[in-house]
Design a protein around this ligand. Structure first.
Ligand code: SF4
Ligand code: SF4
Length: 387
């Protein structure tokens, strides 16, 4: 007998079975208990929009925008729904229908963070405002993290040429980490320099609804990385590493934290005694950036007297995909259990290798008046502790 039933399309990215197994992994569903703020709800909205059953209204699009792209739902989904593809394509398709303020913010962020001159101006401006205490920037008041200049090294003398990719936001807010990378590599006998002509990996635009622009940046970055100037390219923003790994498929690139952990693991460096309560945060990008979180903890355990904590709450911190800019209330609510954990365990220092997470932590630390708590990139911490 002929079977006319449509075959069940296993592994089809659009094939959500509505089972709900992703729901309890989603940070926006956790804080709202609202189906529209869940992965399954978002899939229904996207299907409704694509089938013209729903208008791309502000109320429909806000649920697409509030997704942090943490991809916890993708890992939990038995049908292997390609959530990253679904959300980024929906954001791109309906970008023109977004609120004017959303479009304006997205465009301004892109312009300011992907242009060398504007990055320089922003960096200087933030530094001056903080130094003069004219303005509490709220999301960033850790002055020590502002280093106006990247360290300069004569790469032509180098045996192993390692190019350091600073990324866009990290190039403004974590310039010091690039210098720390150089120093850690030097302590291990490797020479490196900061790549000067790549401003963005493309994830900024790609993830916020401008796929074409994001791919242009990605292609430019890729051709520079593969130009033969360097033996290896390392980038210290895990969001960039995650995107580059997804889109570029190049073996020359490795996340800088991952590279440095391999280096330190093999060389067995010695560390200074450090009496601190530190909490290590695992960003959602760890898996796709190929950073071995356990290896980081194992290496930090070598540091004498260090008291190491990890967060009990495994949810995304809430900053991803520009949510800290567009939906800051969500970011503050999502990160709250982590802030409570920091308070109740007297944490002195948080380590995280994602720039969005760093800014989210700093924002909530400021709001909660916990300015004694520092936030650092693990590479900076390792460099400071390395003898
Ligand atoms: S990517 Fe994260 S925030 Fe977005 S729907 Fe999935 S679990 Fe929720
Ligand atoms: S786990 Fe996958 S199949 Fe189940 S509701 Fe979520 S997205 Fe759909």
């Amino acid at each position: 007998m002929k079977n006319n039933a449509a075959p069940y399309r296993i592994l089809d990215p659009d094939n959500c079975a509505m089972c709900g197994m992703c729901l309890n992994h989603c940070p926006t569903y956790k804080i709202s208990n609202n189906e529209s703020e869940s992965p399954r709800g978002r899939i229904s909205i996207i299907h409704g929009l694509n089938a013209s059953l729903l208008e791309p209204s502000e109320s429909a699009l806000k649920h697409i925008n509030s997704c942090t792209l943490c991809l916890a739902c993708e890992s939990a989904c038995p049908a292997k729904v390609d959530f990253y593809g679904l959300i980024t394509k929906a954001r791109d398709r309906y970008f023109k229908k977004q609120k004017v303020t959303f479009k304006l913010k997205s465009l301004l962020i892109s312009i300011f963070l992907t242009n060398k001159l504007s990055k320089k101006i922003l960096s200087k401006l933030f530094y001056i405002l903080e130094e003069a205490s004219i303005m509490n920037l709220g999301f960033y008041n850790h002055k020590r993290n502002f280093v106006n200049k990247h360290a300069k090294h004569d790469i032509n003398k180098a045996k192993d040429k390692i190019g350091i990719f600073a990324g866009c936001a990290s190039d403004i807010f974590q310039k010091n980490v690039a210098n720390d990378c150089i120093e850690v590599l030097q302590k291990n006998g490797l020479e490196s320099e900061i790549i000067q002509n790549v401003e963005c990996c493309g994830s900024l635009d790609f993830n916020s609804g401008r796929i074409k622009k994001g791919l242009e940046y990605n292609q430019h970055a890729n051709s520079e990385f593969c130009s033969g100037k360097y033996e290896k390219i390392i980038g210290y923003a895990s969001g960039c590493s995650s995107f580059i790994n997804k889109k570029s498929n190049t073996k020359i690139y490795q996340d800088a934290t991952s590279f440095i952990l391999d280096l330190i693991e093999n060389k067995r460096n010695e560390f200074k005694i450090t009496k601190k309560n530190i909490c290590i945060h695992k960003p959602c990008t760890s898996k796709s950036a190929e950073i071995d979180f356990k290896k980081l903890i194992d290496i930090l355990k070598i540091i004498p007297n260090l008291n190491i904590f990890t967060f009990e709450d495994n949810y995304c911190c809430g900053a991803g995909a520009q949510n800290l800019i567009h939906n800051s209330e969500n970011s503050i609510n999502i990160i709250k259990p982590k802030i409570d954990f920091i308070k109740s365990n007297n944490i002195d220092l948080i380590l995280t290798y994602n720039i969005g997470c760093s800014l989210n932590f700093i924002n909530s630390i400021n709001i909660n008046n916990m300015k004694q708590v520092e936030v650092k990139h693990p590479i900076t911490f390792l460099n400071e502790r390395l003898k």
